[in-house]
Design a protein around this ligand. Structure first.
Ligand code: C2E
Ligand code: CA
Ligand code: CA
Length: 705
């Protein structure tokens, strides 16, 4: 067994009267106490230090140092304040009793001592003091734990409005107990101004509902710093079930909040520009919506898409693209902060979050509290101005622009998703009008946008569902009218949308990139057809396939073509690629490389719609071309407009000089044909001979000619 468990309670007896010591030993030992004796005050204090008794008996009347002095002496010894101490006195006069308590005595007994009563008293006092000690220890442990958790306790008396704060709360608020007496008003004054209403509402709620609540808010500490605290509020009722007080804890949660904010930042802000992202903007928007609905206010959502960002990214690299986005974001935030329209809202909580980056080159702007729609237009014009100033990035002057769509609350949408979507739709129309425009949303746009979206949806399945067709339009020798080949023209037989011509779906496919899939399919289909022809008696006929500039800029384009030629094992000399002038002009060096590779493979190259674009003579010489197709617009007026006739003649002469074949497209009349017969034009294509047709018909056409 452990020593302490068998240890008896120790009584220290301090008395100059030896008989008391004898009696004490006699009675108290028998009752299970251990006795330590001291015959004067000094000895008593030393014995206290040495033995740490559980209880002390002190005689008042002693020479040199009386009982009062001895008691005070023990109380001032470290650890001496809590041990129960009984004064032993001969007389029971009031003055002595008063003096005993003042000196720190716990109680007193009168001589002659009734030992039986004293034994019970001592036992009780020892037990009580142990419990008290334990309580004190656990309290100090609790307060240490609270200190560590930066958790303090408070209590508000509802009746007299007095507020009690534990030491820890003073520390959290960095207030001095001496100079700051807390009451509800004084406390609220320390709460961050923006959070005061919220805190007051929290207290009101607890009082009204009678249920506990935890609120988190910001405070400004005595040193002027902002800290986050979490406050728990509970109610205290008296026996009559009346609310008398509120109580609870306050904890400093700044560290946790900082951490949460970091996480939040990652989830809510764009990494490149530091602007709010889509998620964050939608939240800002819903807050704005609620406010605007409550206060019957208007606001505008601007959807901004940079013009030609992709081009900048492609030609200068992503690094410059990122820098550009940063610069645009800076111009937008600073511009809006400066501008008349938002300056009156500088105090608005969200003013800094008015600009967001949705992704890519898309930005959104929330214009709060609009007085009139025209304000949004002014903002859009300002934005254009800020953005169009040249941007110097890595020693290069870059020019940027933007198309802006505007949706207004309430007329253009009642929820954030709709407003954002409609602003996007309006932006799309602004872009359609030409770069650097802005456009207010209009209901009719949604119908068009809906159709577009519908088409876009179906488009994704067009190839896998085998809905695309190639129609073939005969190309004939201008003089002999002999069939020499065909141009493959795409059609889309959509079960949902009907029979579609390229003009209906190619622009959209170019916009959303589907043209890459469509175009690859067209090359496949044309080669499959060529193979079929080459296995029949149609092996000398060529097929011309139209290419989009997007395809041409694909790095994988040449390998893809190679793979297809390989797969079908066709003679590439009968495959023609038709490119427009703009494709060639875009990035001459890169394009030249691709053209040379294709040429090397044996594929024929043709310039489509010649005369409508740059018609630069120099590139005709530079690029390895085989033929040019004179645009229909010149053929149309060939016989009625002398100027067009002159142009066609000039083009033909030029082609001859450069040793290029020529094809005239859109030949509809016999006169046009006759005119061309008498020139150096090599081939003719047009409705005069045949419209584009499916392969089965084309085969019949070939056999009948
Ligand atoms: P394009 O390359 O200039 O093709 C000639 C267009 O003129 C075809 O229209 C053809 O049907 C039409 N045409 C031919 N002869 C006559 C005529 O005598 N009179 C009139 N008024 N028109 C005639 P289509 O088939 O509607 O194609 C329109 C455009 O769509 C094409 O113009 C081409 O730029 C594009 N396209 C067609 N198929 C493809 C394709 O597979 N890929 C790509 N990227 N574009 C394609
Ligand atoms: Ca063409
Ligand atoms: Ca053409």
């Amino acid at each position: 067994m452990n020593q302490s468990e068998i240890a008896l309670p120790v009584v220290l007896v301090i008395d100059d009267d030896q008989t008391l010591h004898l009696w004490a030993k006699w009675h108290l030992s028998a009752a299970g106490f251990e006795i330590v004796s001291a015959i004067n005050g000094h000895e008593g204090i030393d014995a206290f230090k040495k033995h740490s008794p559980d209880i002390i008996l002190v005689d008042i009347e002693m020479p040199e140092m009386d009982g009062f002095a001895t008691c005070s002496g023990i109380r001032s010894v470290p650890g001496g304040s809590n041990t129960p101490l009984l004064m032993v006195t001969g007389t029971e006069d009031a003055e002595r009793i008063e003096k005993s308590y003042l000196a720190g005595a716990t109680d007193f007994i009168v001589k002659p001592v009734n030992w039986q009563v004293l034994i019970h008293r001592l036992r009780y006092m020892v037990k009580a003091s142990k419990v008290f000690l334990q309580l004190e220890r656990s309290e100090s442990r609790l307060s240490k734990a609270q200190q560590m958790a930066r958790l303090g306790h408070w209590e508000l008396n509802i009746v007299d409005n007095k507020l009690y704060w534990s030491d820890e709360i003073y520390k959290i608020f960095q207030q001095d107990r001496g100079s700051f007496t807390p009451d509800q008003a004084g406390f609220l004054n320390l709460v961050h101004a923006s959070d005061r209403l919220y805190v007051e509402e929290g207290f009101d709620k607890v009082i009204k509902n009678g249920t506990a609540l935890t609120i988190e808010y910001r405070i400004i500490t005595g040193t002027g710093k902002q800290h986050f605290v979490g406050q728990q509020i509970e109610i205290v009722k008296n026996q009559k079930n009346e609310l008398v007080a509120l109580t609870g804890t306050i904890q400093d949660i700044t560290e946790r909040k900082d951490h949460e904010n970091q996480v939040r930042h990652l989830a809510y802000y764009d990494g490149i520009t530091g602007l709010p992202n889509r998620t964050c903007f939608l939240e800002i928007l819903s807050t704005a919506l609620e406010l605007a609905k409550r206060n019957e206010r208007r606001f505008a959502v601007l959807f901004l898409d940079l013009d030609g960002f992709k081009g900048i990214n492609d030609s200068y690299g992503h690094h410059v693209g990122d820098l550009l986005l940063k610069e645009i974001s800076r111009r937008l935030t600073e511009g809006l902060r400066r501008s008349d329209i938002t300056s009156r809202y500088l105090t608005h909580q969200y003013y800094s979050a008015d600009v967001a980056r949705l992704g890519g080159d898309e930005f959104t702007i929330l214009l709060n509290e609009l007085t009139q729609p025209e304000d949004a237009a002014i903002a859009a014009r300002n934005i254009h101005q800020w953005i169009s100033e040249p941007i110097l990035l890595e020693n290069q002057k870059i020019y940027s622009g933007a198309s802006i769509g505007i949706a207004l609350f309430p007329q253009d949408g009642e929820d954030s998703e709709t407003l954002l979507k409609n602003a996007d739709v309006a932006m799309y129309h602004a872009k359609k009008k030409g770069k650097g425009n802005y456009q207010f949303f209009h209901d009719s746009m949604n119908i068009k946008a809906k159709k577009r979206m519908e088409m876009e949806n179906y488009m994704h399945q067009a190839v896998t569902n085998n809905e695309l067709r190639l129609y073939y339009q005969p190309v004939v020798n201008a003089v002999s009218s002999q069939l020499i080949g065909a141009e493959a023209l795409m059609r889309w037989e959509s079960p949902q949308l009907g029979f579609l011509y390229p003009d209906d779906f190619i622009p959209l496919a170019e916009e959303n990139g589907m043209i890459l899939t469509f175009g690859e399919w067209a090359i496949h289909e044309a080669c499959r057809q060529l193979k079929d022809w080459q296995q029949r008696d149609m092996g000398h006929l060529s097929i011309a396939v139209n290419l989009s500039s997007l395809q041409f800029n694909q790095i994988s384009f040449v390998p893809m073509v190679k793979a297809i030629l390989n797969q079908y094992q066709v003679d590439p000399a009968f495959l023609v690629f038709e490119l427009t002038e703009t494709v060639i002009m875009a990035d001459s060096e890169k394009i030249l490389g691709t053209l040379l590779e294709l040429k090397e493979m044996g594929i024929k190259l043709s310039i489509d719609d010649f005369g409508t674009g740059y018609s630069s003579l120099s590139y005709l010489k530079r690029f390895p071309l085989d033929s040019i197709k004179i645009d229909q617009s010149f053929i149309k007026e060939l016989t009625s407009n002398a100027e067009d006739a002159a142009i066609v003649t000039a083009i033909l002469a030029l082609a001859r000089a450069l040793n290029l074949n020529t094809i005239a497209e859109g030949v509809e009349t016999a006169q046009q044909k006759r005119f061309l017969e008498n020139t150096t034009c090599g081939a003719i294509q047009g409705n005069l001979f045949a419209k584009p047709m499916p392969m089965a018909e084309f085969r019949k056409y070939w056999h009948s000619h």
